[in-house]
Design a protein around this ligand. Structure first.
Ligand code: T1G
Length: 697
């Protein structure tokens, strides 16, 4: 008798119940249990209809991802679904929570489907670098037609119960909260009405209406942009197309071939790594589930600029009231106006109702006085990057805020310990580094100071989850994890241009790797003056910072998108970067001034120098304990800088390139290019010597 799947009967309904926490994934034990329970149901002469239902918080959430990469044990998932579909007795699936991937495929193998109104369904395999491999690409189109099946399967997005009902994926949606009761009622109705077995595989009208249409090629053209560089989305289209060109059994064979191609692709390994890494980062070294977490029911924000406004929206979006303090009424009004405009835009796009817009705006109030922070639980400072200003602010906050209020800075590079030293509560001081636009980017880099308490660390990690961010706890150094590595890449990219590359050549190497944006297009977006000010501050602090052709741009007020010209030029109303001959002249002039003779630079050298310098820096970050695990760094780069999840993050990618290859190149550039950035990290040398990878740490 299976521990995880049981059979029972209620009246003349045979009930197959899955109970395999946390998400009823289709592990080998569950698959075997489902076969056994179905056999019991078939043999139970009292059972006229069978019901498949799950205990716990959700219906089956898919194949057990932890089994991927290991030898598949029978029964396979496609075979299991087919066995259910061939049941002689009508089978009803009752869905709550999320029916995803193999879970939805199991439901599609049943003959009728009921779901709670709160339930969602989806085929998110594409987000794992896969495709639905248990008949989803063949059965779903038979219910929805080609276009909707293509959208659902290539996006991997979840579909709410009401929409799924309208699409014909569900038969009934129940407004109650008891999925078993809903399932039993519907199964009893089917028994009473003597409804027959109804196999999705036998449905023909949706196939007939879309057969031979050019929707597939149209969709491939759309994917060329949306899924640039990815493998599995295109295989999804091929599999779905097979449902319209081949008989069901042939279509299943074609799906299996394409699924195997995806399973074997390095992108699947990268996506699966990213999936688990995103969940692992919330398990912080040194913190346990018992570490106390403070309540955060009200938030104060200092600064109503782009960052402050975006940060405020994150809290209002989840119902937490926010007070934004500015120095001047005009700046406050401008900031609040931008927040309203952002919400109105979301409403225009149908993402929010007007009521939701008003409700969120009502949660955000402005003030010109710090006194309004007296009772807030958390304050986040989001003013410009100047240490003296920040210390003055934190001293004031320390005097005004109640004991226990967490004082956080959104600084992107500055020393959290030094900021905390301006207060009598360094244990309550922490960095909360949001990424622009703060209401969009998912990463929240939480920066622990040397005195930050475990309770505060646990609290800001819980806040990240609450505001739907991916929180990563990192150590305190210049640039923390993400920007410290980005600074290395930026410096290397600038030097490559000094030496002969063009900005657009460098950017194309990075976008070909899968970044959404190249180094210099990103500089234009952030503002050329941002980097210029940082370099000037470091020069004024006595650091040796080499002159740069980008300084020339700043000095000529070519600040990027905001001035319609920076590294690139921009047409009116367009963000599309266009190479500018004027910039090439500026670069040429800089080379002459610096007596640099330019040379032909290959794309491979650009890739190595931009990426390996980051990997070397990351190894130093790990050595210093600024990041606890390599996967933390992967998550920072995927969610903070758009590093392609299908490559698993820079550390996972480095492991796939081979650390020996990278170390050899680092040593070569240390000799050729020189500089601290190319000094091989001890950890990198050690891993290569031991034949190990970052993933082994
Ligand atoms: N397999 C194994 N473990 C899983 C899992 C899965 N499919 N889904 C989640 N977990 C673990 C997760 O690692 C975490 O573990 C815990 O459950 C809670 O997850 C043939 C091949 C269901 C929406 O892609 O989207 O079917 O950290 O923190 O935020 O066609 O988990 O507690 O140890 O994410 O409430 C397709 C992936 C598989 C769904 C719940 N299915 N999961 O979110 O909790 S491929 C998916 C999710 C497939 C077939 C193909 C989410 C969730 P731990 P969580 P959550």
């Amino acid at each position: 008798m299976s521990e995880v799947v049981t059979y029972s009967r209620e009246g003349n309904v045979g009930v197959i119940t899955v109970n395999y926490p946390p998400v009823n994934a289709l592990s080998h034990a569950v698959r075997s249990g489902l076969i056994a329970a179905l056999e019991q149901g078939q043999e139970d002469s009292e059972a006229k209809v069978l019901l498949l239902v799950c205990e716990g918080r959700t219906f089956i959430a898919g194949a057990d991802i932890r089994e991927f990469g290991k030898p598949m044990q029978k029964p396979g998932l496609a075979e299991l679904v087919e066995t259910y579909e061939n049941s002689e007795k009508p089978l009803v699936a009752a869905i709550h929570g999320t029916a995803l991937g193999g879970g939805l495929e199991m439901a599609l193998g049943c003959h009728y489907r009921v779901a709670l109104n709160s339930a969602k369904i989806g085929l998110p395999e594409v987000k794992l670098g896969l495709l639905p491999g248990a008949g989803g690409t063949q059965r779903l189109p038979r219910l929805t037609g080609a276009q909707k099946a293509l959208e659902i399967i290539t996006s991997g997005e979840f579909v709410g119960a009401k929409d799924a009902l309208a699409l014909g994926i569900l038969d009934v949606v129940d407004d109650g909260e008891d999925v078993k009761a809903a399932g039993l009622a519907y199964a009893q109705q089917i028994a009473d009405e003597g409804k027959p077995v109804r196999r999705v595989r036998d449905l023909k009208d949706k196939i007939a209406s879309d057969k031979g249409s050019d929707v597939f090629d149209q969709f491939r053209a759309v994917l060329q942009k949306k899924a640039r560089g990815q493998f599995s989305p295109f295989k999804c289209v091929d599999a779905i197309e097979a449902a319209f060109n081949l008989p069901f059994a042939e279509g299943m064979k074609r799906e299996r071939e394409l699924f195997t191609e995806c399973m074997d692709s390095p992108q699947r390994a990268g996506q699966i790594h990213s999936f688990f890494a995103e969940r692992e980062v919330s398990k912080v070294k040194g913190l346990s589930k018992d570490t106390p977490v403070r309540d955060v029911n009200s938030v104060g924000i200092i600064g109503a600029g782009t960052m402050g406004g975006g940060i405020a929206m994150n809290f209002a979006n989840v119902g937490i009231p926010v007070i934004i303090v500015e120095m001047k009424q005009e700046a406050l009004d401008k900031g609040l106006g931008i927040i309203r405009k952002n919400y109105e835009n979301s409403a225009k796009k149908g993402r929010l109702t007007q009521q939701q817009v008003e409700d969120r705006i009502a949660l955000i109030t402005g003030s010109l006085s710090y006194d309004d922070f007296k009772s807030v639980d958390l304050v986040i400072e989001a003013v410009f990057e100047n240490m003296a200003v920040k210390k003055e602010i934190f001293a004031k906050l320390d005097a005004i805020c109640k004991p226990g209020t967490i004082l956080a800075s959104n600084t992107s590079t500055l020393d959290i310990d030094e900021i905390g030293s301006a207060t009598r509560r360094p244990e309550d001081v922490v960095g909360m580094h949001f990424f622009s636009p703060a209401n969009v980017m998912k990463l929240l880099e939480n920066v622990r100071g040397s005195k930050t308490s475990d309770e505060v660390k646990a609290t800001v990690m819980a806040v990240a989850k609450k505001i739907k961010k991916v929180g990563v706890l990192v150590g305190n150094c210049h640039g923390f994890v993400g920007n410290r590595m980005l600074h290395r890449r930026g410096a290397e990219a600038m030097t490559l241009v000094n030496e002969g590359a063009t900005p657009q050549q460098v950017d194309k190497v990075l976008t070909d790797l899968g970044y959404p944006m190249g180094q210099f297009a990103m500089s234009d977006l952030a503002g050329i003056d941002v980097g210029y000010r940082i370099r000037e501050e470091r020069r004024n602090a006595g650091e040796q910072v080499a002159p740069s052709w980008m300084d020339k741009l700043a000095e000529q007020n070519r600040l990027g998108q905001k001035t319609m010209a920076g590294v690139y030029k921009y047409e009116e109303g367009s963000r599309n970067p266009v190479p500018d001959a004027e910039v090439e002249r500026i670069i040429e002039g800089f080379r002459k001034e610096q007596d640099i003779s330019s040379r032909e630079i290959t794309d491979q050298e650009i890739l190595e120098r931009c990426m390996y310098v980051m990997v070397n820096e990351a190894a130093k970050i790990l050595e210093e304990g600024i990041a606890d695990r390599a996967l933390d760094i992967d998550v920072v780069w995927i969610y903070g800088y758009g590093f392609p999840a299908y490559r698993g993050g820079p550390m996972f990618w480095a492991d796939q390139v081979g650390l020996d290859v990278i170390l050899a190149a680092v040593e070569k550039y240390h000799a050729d290019v020189g500089g601290e950035q190319w000094k091989p990290a001890d950890l990198l040398k050690q891993l290569v010597a031991d034949g190990k990878k970052f993933g082994d740490l």
